[in-house]
Design a protein around this ligand. Structure first.
Ligand code: GTP
Ligand code: MG
Length: 192
């Protein structure tokens, strides 16, 4: 897809702030610092439309990016950041659940994992939660630039086994190196 006019629309803290209308939504889910906001920037070829940071916990609200009036990328707060206070964890968890529970326009959930690590306990909880929503999802194993290219397939397969995925797509990704983008667009477009 060639994106021409992506724009930030709203940072929502409650349901009534979600955009009105019926544009399809592709939602980014994953632990803090895994690269959800970077994913958005890379896919739309903008450096800093979505705010990213080295410090986990950058995205605290639900950010909606309008992509050429065709669909939204919805950037959710990350989970599993140990330095978040208990209250902050509860709040970000509630944002994620409140959003996914309504799911009215959600066409696809993109679960981002770190290709270098075994999915964490929080990742597994989130994966189970996603299964229970019955919404379509794919898994992207991000930061593929951090491992040798020859290891990529092996690590993707290992994560696939850990999750027990048999019916859904799992692909490598690198928001940093902008490789694999075409594969991912191809996958996303199936759901739009
Ligand atoms: P929260 O907003 O805290 O939930 O984090 P996030 O998932 O949005 O992560 P973000 O996009 O802010 O990225 C976190 C850090 O990881 C930043 O320093 C990014 O530059 C870096 N990063 C993201 N994707 C990649 C990648 O594919 N490769 C490498 N090497 N670094 C990446
Ligand atoms: Mg973020």
């Amino acid at each position: 897809m060639i994106v021409k006019n992506p724009r930030f629309e709203i940072s929502a803290v409650s349901k009534k702030q979600y955009p009105k209308g019926n544009l399809p939504e592709i939602v980014l889910v994953g632990k803090s610092n895994v690269g959800k906001s970077s994913f958005v920037n890379t896919m739309i070829n903008r450096k800093n439309l979505a705010r990213t940071s080295n410090t986990p916990g950058k995205t605290r609200q639900i950010n909606f990016y309008n992509i050429d009036d065709k669909f939204y990328f919805v950037d959710l707060p990350g989970y599993g950041f140990s330095k978040m206070s208990k209250k902050e964890k509860v709040i970000s968890g509630r944002y994620i659940e409140e959003y996914l529970e309504q799911g009215k326009n959600v066409r696809l959930i993109v679960l981002l994992l770190d290709i270098r690590h075994k999915p964490t306990e929080d990742d597994m909880l989130m994966y189970d939660y996603i299964l229970r929503t019955n919404l379509p999802f794919i898994v992207l194993t991000n930061k593929a630039d951090k491992i040798a290219i020859t290891k990529v397939d092996v690590e993707v397969e290992r994560i696939k086994q850990t999750l027990g995925i048999s019916f859904s797509t799992i692909l490598p990704f690198s928001a940093e190196r902008k490789i694999y983008i075409d594969n991912v667009w191809e996958e996303l477009e199936k759901f739009l």
